[in-house]
Design a protein around this ligand. Structure first.
Ligand SMILES: *Cc1c(COP(=O)(O)O)cnc(C)c1O
Length: 366
C-alpha cells in the first residue's frame, strides 16, 4: 500500500533546476529520515522554532535566525517585522498598518515574478511596495529620493530573474539604507552563498530551504537579533497562515548541516553530469551543444542546446514533446525565445542522464 495508489501521477525527470512547480528538491535519505523522525514526535513548537533558529544562525554566521515555510513567507514575515518590531498589539493588527511605517523600497529591475510577484509578498503583511528607478537603470538618487518618514525597509532581490545590469549593488543599497537608519532585507532565495549578505551588512536575509540547500519545502530568515525576534513573533499573527511544520524544520536542519559541511553536489559532480550529457548528444544535426554557466553568477554549469534552422523540430516543439513521454522530462526553458534550451545537472539522479540522452536522440534524429 502506497500513498500514490489511485493517483494518476506522471513520472518526472527534473532537468530544469530547483523548481517549486516540480517539487523543489528530491531530498536525500538522511534528510527524509530526519523528517520522518520529527513527524512521529511532539514538540513545544515555540521552543523548536527558537532552538532551530539558533542552530541555523550558527551555521550561517548570523546573530539570529528563524525557520519559515519557504522564502516567499520569509519575505512577508521580514517585511512584517520591519513594520511592527516585537510589539504584540501591532503584530495582531496586520495587515492593517495605519500609523505604522509601511513603505518598502524596491528597485524596478528587482520587482520580478519568481512564481509569484515579489511585490505581492510585500503586500501580504500590509506593506506598500515602492518601485524606484527604471527597469534597466536605478541610481542612488532614485533610492534616496523615495525614502521618507513612512519607509519601513528596503528590499534587495538577488536572482537570475532580476535585470542583471543597471541596478545598485547590495553594498551601495546597504550604505544608503543605513545612512537613513533603515533595515535592508535581501531576498537571496536561491543563492548558494549563505554568508555573503550577512557579511555585507544586510539586516535580514531570506533563503529557500528547497533550493541551493537541498532541503524539503522550507526556508529561513537570518540576520539581526531584534528583527529576527520580530519575524518569529509573527507566528502569533499573519505568520499563522504560513506555519512551518516540525518535519520541515527537521529536514531543513539536516540538509543545512550537510550543505554547510560541503557534503552536497560539488561543482566537479555537476561538471561530470554536464560532460556526460554533452558527449551523449554530440553530433546531432540542427543543435549546437555547449556548456554555459549560470547567468546570475552561481557556480552552476549547464548543457546549452542552441537550435538552428536545420533541426528536425523547433526548440518549442522539442520541449513540449519531452514533457509528453511516459517519463516527462522538464528542461530549463528561460531562453526558449532565442531557440535555446538548457539542462541543469543539479536535480538529476544517477539514472536520469541516460534516459535524457536517449529521448533527445529519439526526438531529434527520428
Ligand atoms: C524561489 C524564490 C522565492 C520563493 O521561494 P520559496 O521557498 O519557494 O517560497 C522568492 N524569491 C526568489 C528570488 C526566488 O527565486
Amino acid at each position: 500500500m502506497s500513498w500514490r495508489d489511485g493517483l494518476e501521477l506522471t513520472r518526472v525527470i527534473n532537468a530544469s533546476g530547483k523548481m517549486t512547480h516540480l517539487g523543489g528538491t528530491a531530498v536525500t535519505a538522511d534528510v527524509a529520515g530526519s523528517m520522518a523522525e520529527a513527524a512521529q514526535d511532539y514538540f513545544d513548537m515555540e521552543e523548536l522554532i527558537v532552538e532551530s533558529g539558533k542552530k541555523i544562525a550558527a551555521l550561517v554566521g548570523a546573530e539570529a535566525a528563524c525557520p519559515t515555510v519557504g522564502a516567499a513567507a520569509g519575505i512577508a514575515l521580514s517585511v512584517a517585522s520591519c513594520m511592527t518590531g516585537t510589539e504584540e498589539a501591532l503584530i495582531k493588527k496586520l495587515p492593517v498598518t495605519e500609523g505604522l511605517r509601511n513603505r518598502v523600497i524596491i528597485q524596478k529591475g528587482h520587482a520580478v515574478d519568481f512564481g509569484a510577484p515579489v511585490t505581492q509578498m510585500i503586500r501580504i503583511p500590509g506593506g506598500i511596495p515602492v518601485e524606484v528607478g527604471c527597469a534597466n537603470m536605478v541610481t542612488r538618487a532614485d533610492v534616496e529620493e523615495a525614502i521618507d518618514e513612512d519607509t519601513a525597509a528596503l528590499i534587495y532581490v538577488k536572482s537570475h530573474h532580476c535585470v542583471q545590469k543597471g541596478m545598485l549593488s547590495v553594498e551601495e543599497y546597504v550604505e544608503i539604507a543605513h545612512a537613513h537608519g533603515l533595515p535592508v532585507i535581501v531576498d537571496a532565495a536561491a543563492e548558494e552563498d549563505l554568508h555573503k549578505y550577512i557579511d555585507l551588512g544586510a539586516d535580514l536575509v531570506v533563503y529557500s530551504g528547497a533550493k541551493a540547500v537541498g532541503g524539503p519545502t522550507s526556508g529561513f530568515v537570518c540576520g539581526k537579533k531584534g528583527l529576527i525576534d520580530g519575524v518569529r513573533l509573527q507566528y502569533r499573527g499573519i505568520g499563522r497562515s504560513m506555519k512551518v511544520g516540525k518535519e520541515a524544520i527537521a529536514g531543513l536542519l539536516c540538509a543545512l548541516e550537510k550543505y554547510v559541511a560541503g557534503n552536497v553536489d560539488a561543482l566537479s559532480e555537476r561538471e561530470a553530469v554536464v560532460e556526460t550529457i554533452m558527449r551523449g548528444i554530440s553530433g546531432i544535426r540542427g543543435i549546437k551543444v555547449s556548456k554555459k554557466y549560470d547567468e546570475a553568477g552561481r557556480p552552476i554549469p549547464r548543457v546549452w542546446m542552441e537550435f538552428t534552422e536545420d533541426a528536425r523540430i523547433s526548440a518549442r516543439e522539442f520541449v513540449s514533446q519531452l514533457r509528453q513521454g511516459s517519463v516527462a522530462i522538464f528542461t530549463r526553458d528561460h531562453y526558449l525565445n532565442l531557440n535555446c534550451v538548457a539542462i541543469d545537472p543539479r536535480p538529476l539522479r544517477p539514472q536520469d542522464s541516460e534516459i535524457i540522452i536517449k529521448r533527445i536522440r529519439e526526438l531529434l534524429e527520428g
